[in-house]
Design a protein around this ligand. Structure first.
Ligand code: ADP
Ligand code: MG
Length: 619
């Protein structure tokens, strides 16, 4: 007879998929499951400590918040017990049976994408908020005993083999908190020395005592409260790895204290690798924990930093925060705003110093997290915006391929005659260099920033200027070649332009002669001075056609120095039909070069006709 008190549940579909992938595609670094379970025990203990300080009534309030780990080689088990907040019946279902975090779906996607080549990094699992399930890499069964801190709640036992679902039944005689018993497939992780090595490696900074088979194993101390001179670089790195579940050392570290306007002790890190570049997804979570006098107020506190600093990891501790405030109201308190302001400015100042001290190291950072700074540059105002602008780096005609420049360096290279900072959007450096729009700048030896990221133009538009110099797109720049004209004189050129305008009719906006083309016969550009061609293309790509002003007709600029244009002027008096074809062809080619030609068929047919004519002449 089935026991009537046992409830059977199925895992939510995503969890079932996740478990399947965890069991079948993660082979390396299985040991991290211990780190994940210990970190859950620590989280639960932190939450309890917070509830206590905020005066909530708690069951078994005097129990010490120790985390105990017990290994049993004969039974092939490892058991992790905490005296944290525990879970009620419904919380067990919610927390261990459904995907609650935004990050977990991203992890699932990564697993799916990569499970073919088996190269998924198991150590990432904790960063995506699904650490608990890592136990199933090694377990044939996981049993969770839990009793909530809410007075009067009873205890529960949750059991699963990670395949078919899970069962829940009441459990008596439990202490407040959670006990996770991992029944291992192999005895390996049930060895005490193995477990000790793993805990020391990954969990040394847990801020509660960890006791393994009766022996304390970790150093309990809040590293950010110690003085900088006392903390060794390795300790910082270890702390970072522990806190961020990363396996690489951080790229940057900032440990600072401030007393005014707020008392702050902060330890901030920039990871070596961006998880966003890895997953191609925006990270919706924040990763800096907020403490008040070593008591965790909010893990992964949203609102402590703006979204564009979401790559930061670390800890902020401020004595000025009211301890008894709830985590929800933390979000919009004025104090938090002030704290955020100080932190952001301090971090930007730090980056500026780092960039000056070691430009190469900074460039490596920028390649990983620069897109976040650009995001900041396109939404912040005032001092912050200016501070971020100094930190931006772009590809440019004046630096070697693969290198980046700052605006400040660009400005130092500007010749006196140049008053503006120019930029050109193109998918690659090669296409920027080959663009007709670049010719005049190459001739004049004026530098142009090459923007390859679709969002870069937004950034420069928002910034408007740097050091008093306006950002101007190469497309809309009013620049002329320095050479004396020797081709068509001004009147003839103007007449030719009128002729072309008549010939092309309403396909074209303005037709004018250009003094910025060196080797191209002509150039077409989006006739809209408000929006560059690239920007319009991008809005289209984002399906934001509705926000677009109606497309103006493209403008057409002729190079009166170019032999083809010079001979077109002659041809229009001798062979009107041919001249029309050439004018149309020149226009279409220029549209194509500017990515403005939607349908090339007419152009190609005309091209064929012209080629036939050339071949006919020469035979
Ligand atoms: P994360 O820790 O990032 O939230 P996990 O998969 O490790 O993701 O854990 C899922 C959830 O299960 C936790 O958020 C927590 O609510 C709950 N949980 C796990 N272990 C414990 C524990 N020892 N005590 C209380 N709650 C726990
Ligand atoms: Mg966890």
């Amino acid at each position: 007879m089935a026991n009537p008190t046992i409830e059977k549940h199925e895992f939510q579909a995503e969890i079932a998929q996740l478990l399947d992938l965890v069991v079948h595609s993660l082979y390396t670094d299985k040991e991290i499951f211990i780190r994940e379970l210990v970190s859950n025990a620590a989280d639960a203990s932190e939450k309890l400590r917070f509830l206590k300080t905020s005066g909530t009534e708690i069951a078994d309030a005097d129990v010490e918040p120790t985390i105990t780990v017990a290994t049993d080689e004969t039974a092939k088990t490892i058991t992790i017990t905490d005296a944290g907040i525990g879970m009620t019946h419904d919380e067990l279902i919610e927390n261990l049976g459904t995907i609650a975090h935004s990050g977990s779906k991203a992890f699932l996607q990564q697993l799916k994408d990569k499970s073919g080549d088996g190269k998924v990094d198991a150590t990432l699992i904790g960063q995506f908020g699904v650490g608990f399930y890592s136990a199933f890499m090694v377990a044939e069964k996981v049993v969770v005993f839990s009793k909530s801190h809410i007075p009067g709640e009873q205890g529960w036992m949750w059991t699963s083999d990670g395949r078919t679902g899970y069962e829940i039944e009441p459990a008596d005689d439990l202490a407040r908190g959670t006990k996770v018993v991992v029944h291992l497939k192999e005895a390996d992780f049930a060895s005490e020395w193995r477990a000790e090595g793993i805990i020391k490696r990954y969990s040394n900074f847990v801020s509660f005592p960890i006791v393994l088979n009766g022996k304390p194993v970790n150093t309990v101390q809040a590293i950010w409260t110690r003085s900088k001179s006392e903390v060794k670089a390795e300790e910082y790195d270890e702390f970072y790895k522990y806190q961020s579940h990363d396996t690489d050392a951080p790229h940057y570290r900032l440990h600072f204290t401030a007393d005014a306007p707020l008392s702050i002790r902060a330890l901030l890190f920039a990871p070596a690798k961006s998880t966003e570049l890895l997953t191609m997804r925006r990270d919706e979570d924040h990763h800096v924990d907020l403490y008040c006098k070593k008591v965790l107020i909010a893990a992964q506190a949203k609102g402590l930093f703006p979204d564009w600093l979401r790559f930061l990891r670390g800890v902020v501790d401020s004595e000025d925060l009211p301890l008894n405030v709830s985590r929800e109201t933390m979000q919009d308190s004025a104090l938090l705003g002030k704290l955020r302001d100080v932190l952001v400015k301090r971090w930007l100042k730090f980056l500026d110093e780092e960039a000056k001290a070691d430009a190469e190291k900074y460039a490596v950072f920028f390649r990983e997290h620069g897109h976040c700074l650009k995001e900041g540059a396109s939404i912040e105002w005032g001092d912050k915006r200016d501070a971020i602008a100094k930190l931006l780096r772009f590809d440019s005609s004046a630096v070697e391929a693969g290198k980046l420049t700052s605006f400040a360096d660009y400005v130092t290279r500007m010749p006196e005659a140049q008053k503006e900072i120019y930029y050109l959007s193109a998918a690659t450096r090669e296409s920027a260099e080959g663009s007709a729009l670049f010719e005049v700048f190459r001739e004049k030896k004026w530098e142009v920033l090459f923007l390859s990221d679709a969002r870069d133009e937004y950034v420069l538009e928002h910034l408007r200027e740097f050091d008093g110099k306006k950002f101007v797109s190469a497309e809309n720049a009013d620049v002329k070649l320095d050479k004396e004209p020797t081709g068509l004189d001004a009147d003839t050129a103007a007449n030719l332009a009128t002729y072309i305008k008549t010939t092309l009719g309403d396909r074209v906006g303005e037709v004018r002669t250009s003094q910025r083309l060196a080797s191209s016969p002509a150039i077409a550009k989006n006739g809209d001075s408000e929006m560059t061609t690239n920007m319009r293309r991008m809005m289209k790509a984002m399906n934001r056609d509705a926000d677009l002003p109606p497309a103006a007709k493209p403008d057409f600029e002729l190079n009166p120095e170019h032999p083809l244009v010079v001979s077109l002027e002659k041809t229009r008096h001798t062979d009107a039909a041919l001249a029309t074809q050439i004018a149309e062809q020149l226009f279409d080619q220029s549209l194509a070069a500017a990515n403005l030609l939607d349908d090339p068929r007419a152009m190609l047919a005309r091209m064929t006709a012209l080629l036939e004519r050339v071949c006919g002449q020469s035979s």
